[in-house]
Design a protein around this ligand. Structure first.
Ligand code: ZN
Length: 114
C-alpha cells in the first residue's frame, strides 16, 4: 500500500525527535490527513509501525482536509478520494488526462505532546 511509505517516513521522523529529547512515551500526536489518504490504512500502518516504540500508546488525533484537483486540460475540478487514484495517478473522468498527485501532501504533521 502506498500509504505505508509515507506513514513510515512520519514515524521515523517522530522517533528521531523522541530520541533527541529522550522521550520514552508520547502522549498525543496530531496530524492532518488529506482526502487522498485512506483513514483505515493510515491508522493500521501507524499501529503496526509504532509497536514497541515510544509512540506505541500515543493517541493519534487526525484532522481531515480536502485535496482538490483541477484538471489542467479541461478544468474539471473535484475533491480527490483514495478511490480516484491509481497509484499516484489521477485520471480525469471528463477528458482522460492523467495527473500525478504528490501524496506527500496528503499527510501533515502538526504536533506531538509528551
Ligand atoms: Zn480533464
Amino acid at each position: 500500500m502506498h500509504e505505508y511509505s509515507i506513514v513510515q517516513e512520519l514515524v521515523e521522523k517522530l522517533l528521531a525527535e523522541c530520541a533527541v529529547k529522550k522521550v520514552t512515551a508520547v502522549g498525543e500526536i496530531q496530524i492532518r490527513r488529506g482526502s487522498t489518504f485512506a483513514d483505515e490504512s493510515l491508522q493500521q500502518a501507524f499501529q503496526i509501525m509504532t509497536e514497541n516504540t515510544p509512540l506505541e500508546n500515543a493517541q493519534l488525533n487526525i484532522d481531515d482536509f480536502d485535496i482538490e484537483n483541477k484538471c489542467r486540460s479541461c478544468g474539471y475540478t473535484q475533491v480527490l478520494t483514495p478511490d480516484d487514484l491509481i497509484g499516484n495517478l489521477y485520471v480525469c473522468p471528463e477528458c482522460g488526462e492523467a495527473t500525478e498527485i504528490d501524496e506527500r501532501n496528503g499527510l501533515q504533521f502538526i504536533k506531538m505532546t509528551f
